[in-house]
Design a protein around this ligand. Structure first.
Ligand code: FE
Length: 290
């Protein structure tokens, strides 16, 4: 199966108004969906990369949209999922219109996360205008960024994404007897990471800025708008991202980073990291020695 990229995600939110302000802090354009209770976050030439769904009973991830090249690639993916024993639902014209895609199939991963397999985003040709200036985000062939999911299903989840969905392992981190697996489907170091969790959860999603200054300006906007930073500036050893973590109105974090490493499958070898950050990423109130 040839997943090209993480095309879009949907997240649950109780308060769309809070997300309008929050979008400003992370540097995204917030566009009210004309026909329903949704907020679209635009960060590039796509009509949206995040759909914020009004929901009183859900927090976290509503769905992850994985992108395929064309109808044939999507048809092959559906056939492979079905032959591996996974149920796939076809989509209605209304669902495709809402997502603004040409083709869409729906399935569920072993942890219970809703996956939307799609091809053919329908473009709006509206320019991305960062609300506070800035240089924009690194997307294109690399997709929107990454998601880190907490999953109760452990190895079954990892095997689903590697053996069925065709992701490749980038590296591992094994704190204690837990295992965090970083997975790529294009040159972005990881589009998906799976971490142990009691309940299926979105731990964070990540947007990558084009300049280090844009990370700094985003930090300043958090200060100005009174939006909490859950982990301060730091650098990860595996994807080499310099980033901080912001607390979204939905309770999960958003990582804003710069300088992510690219993976070349022709030369890549899998390693195990032994700490999550080379430096920094300290939680509020935590000292460097703690
Ligand atoms: Fe991350």
């Amino acid at each position: 199966m040839d997943v090209r990229a993480l095309g879009y995600i949907g997240v649950h939110a109780a308060d769309l108004g809070a997300w309008t302000t929050y979008a400003e802090a992370i540097g995204a354009m917030a566009v009210a969906s004309p026909d329903d209770d949704r907020l679209l976050l635009k960060i590039d030439d796509r009509p949206y990369r995040v759909i914020v769904e009004q929901s009183t009973n859900g927090r976290g991830l509503a769905y992850a949209g994985w992108e395929f090249a064309d109808q044939r690639a999507l048809d092959r993916a559906v056939a492979e999922l079905e032959s591996a024993g996974f149920q796939v639902q076809s989509s209605s014209p209304a669902q495709r219109a809402q997502r603004r895609v040409a083709g869409l199939a729906l399935t569920t991963d072993p942890s219970g996360f809703s996956l939307e397999l799609f091809w053919g985003p329908i473009l709006d040709h509206e320019r991305f205008r960062p609300p506070h200036g800035g240089s924009g985000f690194v997307t294109g062939d690399l997709g929107l960024g990454h998601i880190v999911l907490g999953t109760p299903s452990g190895r079954a989840a990892v095997e689903f994404y590697t053996d069925v969905m065709g992701f490749r392992v980038s590296d591992y981190w094994r704190p204690g007897d837990a295992e965090v697996v970083f997975l790529h489907c294009n040159a972005r170091h990881h589009s998906l990471a799976l971490a142990p969790g009691g309940e299926p959860a979105l731990y964070h999603f990540m947007f990558e800025t084009r300049t280090l200054d844009d990370v700094g300006y985003a930090l300043d906007r958090h200060d100005e708008l009174g939006i909490p930073v859950s982990q301060g500036l730091g650098r990860h050893p595996n994807d080499e991202m310099v980033s901080f973590y912001s607390r979204s109105p939905s309770g999960f974090d958003v990582e804003i980073g710069y300088g992510g490493r690219l993976v070349d499958d022709a030369t890549w070898t899998v390693t195990e990291i032994t700490k999550p950050s080379l430096w920094g990423h300290h939680r509020a109130g935590e000292h460097a020695s703690g």
